[in-house]
Design a protein around this ligand. Structure first.
Ligand SMILES: Nc1ncnc2c1ncn2[C@@H]1O[C@H](COP(=O)(O)OP(=O)(O)OP(=O)(O)O)[C@@H](O)[C@H]1O
Length: 257
């Protein structure tokens, strides 16, 4: 069974403790949303789940195995990692960028196969960027480029996807397209962990939420429960307006979180 879990993570960066005793898990079939104010530790937690940041204490396990015991290639095959604000300086064609996602599946010096090309074409299609396949990636808009980077991650056919603000900078149509895609991928068996700032998308598309506050888990569980009850309003220092499947920050409360 596909599963990624962090247990009691403590991470220190630049002399400061950025995560303290953080536990979170996502199983195949689930979309787990990480929410929290700026600087609360969401990206750091995603990096630790990806094995890019080594915790001082605690464990990350992938399908029951310690992540540190996996080779970089095994890790890259199992985990797709979509970083925040991906940059693309080189004039590489979009289809070549997406093909880079196949690298963990190829032996050294092995050329790409028809199978690789089929998988890349499907990933571009699912992310709505097939029409840009031959365009240089550095000529795309920010939102178009973000979806190309998601296609690259999907081209690796990971069982686990870690996505850091994948809808940042996307228009409403493409926000829904990406969130629906993440939900579809989870229904196909993928475990998805996604960082979101949009609380309506979080409550509507995630099976569970983990709310971070200064590097600690302030609340976790079913989305409505995490957003109701006052904890989220306190952590974000805003009043929320809530309805069925939506949540809007309405009014600031005093000082920034
Ligand atoms: N390399 C580093 N050295 C020192 N401090 C760091 C480093 N990387 C991150 N931090 C600090 O760790 C804290 C958590 O950062 P992180 O990027 O995980 O937050 P975040 O919740 O993803 O924020 P945002 O919503 O702004 O993306 C912040 O206070 C940040 O300044």
């Amino acid at each position: 069974m596909t599963r990624i879990e962090a247990d009691g993570l403590r991470v220190r960066l630049g002399g400061a403790e950025v995560l303290t005793g953080v536990s979170v898990a996502a199983a195949g079939g689930e979309v787990v949303g990480l929410i929290g104010p700026n600087g609360s530790g969401k990206t750091t937690l995603l990096g630790a789940l990806a094995g890019l940041t080594v915790p001082e204490a605690g464990h990350v396990r992938v399908d029951g195995a310690a992540i540190a015991a996996l080779t970089p290639t095994e890790r890259a095959r199992r985990i797709g990692y979509l970083e925040q604000n991906p940059v693309a300086h080189w004039p590489l064609a979009v289809e070549r960028v997406a093909m880079l996602g196949r690298t963990p599946h190829r032996a050294a010096f092995q050329g790409e196969t028809d199978g690789d090309r089929r998988i890349v074409a499907r990933a571009l299609e699912r992310c709505g960027v097939a029409g840009f396949a031959t365009r240089a990636v550095n000529t795309l808009s920010g939102g178009e480029r973000a979806r190309v980077m998601l296609a690259r991650a999907l081209a690796g056919e990971p069982r686990i996807l870690l996505a850091d603000e994948p809808v940042a900078g996307l228009d409403p149509y493409h926000q829904l397209q990406v969130m629906e895609l993440l939900r579809d991928l989870s229904r196909e068996g993928m475990a998805v962990v996604v960082v979101l700032h949009d609380l309506s998308l979080a409550v509507r598309f995630c099976d569970r939420l983990c709310l971070l506050e200064h590097g600690r888990v302030a609340a976790s569980g079913e989305p409505s429960a995490v957003l109701d009850g006052g904890t989220a309003e306190r952590v974000f220092a805003v009043d929320l307006r809530r309805g069925d499947g939506w949540a809007i920050p309405w009014q600031r409360r005093g000082a920034a979180p």
